[in-house]
Design a protein around this ligand. Structure first.
Ligand SMILES: Nc1ncnc2c1ncn2[C@@H]1O[C@H](COP(=O)(O)OS(=O)(=O)O)[C@@H](OP(=O)(O)O)[C@H]1O
Ligand SMILES: Nc1ncnc2c1ncn2[C@@H]1O[C@H](COP(=O)(O)OP(=O)(O)O)[C@@H](O)[C@H]1O
Length: 204
């Protein structure tokens, strides 16, 4: 970047972690529309918050209502959506928060970019795996019906691709189990990762 001079804070990452008493993590939920991302992300955030974790949820529909309201659903716009979300999530991680992201994030390369931006050791990919058929049956927002009628362009699973994760850290098959089971697996997966690793020397 030309004529830009980034500088470091006088407060270091270890100090922030000590204050927050948690290990910052980005829990990234990817899957088709209607697969269960928002349902599980909301429940996870609620659960962790009431256990005392400092946690915040970024969800596709909400982010597209503000920060990314200028973006559509072309491959290029989805890419920019991911880049912005990754940068925001990274700042939140740097501040010591646990961040949950629920985005379709259909491209493997863009999910890899997010992982790169926030740091691989802070990133956990959760594949919310639900067949297109079941998502279409659920059609919680009526979007699949509209997409089938050609009223929505570039709709994931209908007229735009979804690249399933090849090696996710966790898979939840939401078309094969009740919400409570998926939620239990998700919480069991996430919670141990948030335990603060003591590094007092670095925090001094
Ligand atoms: N064309 C098209 N394709 C997919 N989804 C669409 C589209 N148009 C609108 N919506 C609504 O946008 C939500 C997905 O936004 P995301 O930011 O998660 O998408 S992406 O990660 O950039 O692909 C998605 O939310 P979820 O249903 O929760 O996934 C929809 O409500
Ligand atoms: N195991 C499960 N996990 C999550 N959602 C489930 C599950 N089983 C059924 N559902 C239902 O599927 C729908 C998922 O919708 P939503 O969470 O909005 O999906 P997305 O955010 O991926 O678009 C909800 O109506 C939810 O009740």
């Amino acid at each position: 970047m030309q004529n830009i001079y980034p500088f470091e804070s006088k407060v270091c990452y270890e100090q922030r972690k000590q204050l927050m008493q948690q290990e910052p993590r980005l829990v990234w939920l990817t899957g088709l529309s209607g697969s269960g991302k928002s349902t599980l992300a909301l429940r996870l955030e609620h659960h962790l918050f009431h256990l005392g974790y400092k946690v915040f949820l970024l969800d596709g529909d909400n982010i597209r209502n503000g920060l990314c309201q200028d973006l559509g659903f072309t491959a290029q716009d989805r890419k920019e959506n991911m880049r912005r979300v990754a940068e925001v999530a990274n700042l939140m991680l740097e501040s010591g928060l646990v961040v949950i992201c629920a985005f379709i994030s259909p491209y493997a390369s863009e999910r890899a970019l997010v992982k790169e931006i926030v740091g691989p050791q802070r990133f956990a990919e959760v594949y919310i795996n639900c067949s297109l058929q079941v998502c279409e049956q659920r059609d919680t927002k009526g979007l699949y019906a509209k997409a089938q009628q050609g009223l929505i362009q570039n709709f994931t699973g209908i007229s735009a691709p979804y690249e399933a994760p090849q090696q996710p850290d966790l898979i939840l098959k939401t078309d094969q189990e009740p919400i409570e089971d998926s939620l239990h697996k998700l919480i069991t997966f996430v919670k141990p990762q948030l335990r603060l690793k003591q590094n007092m020397k670095a925090a001094m």
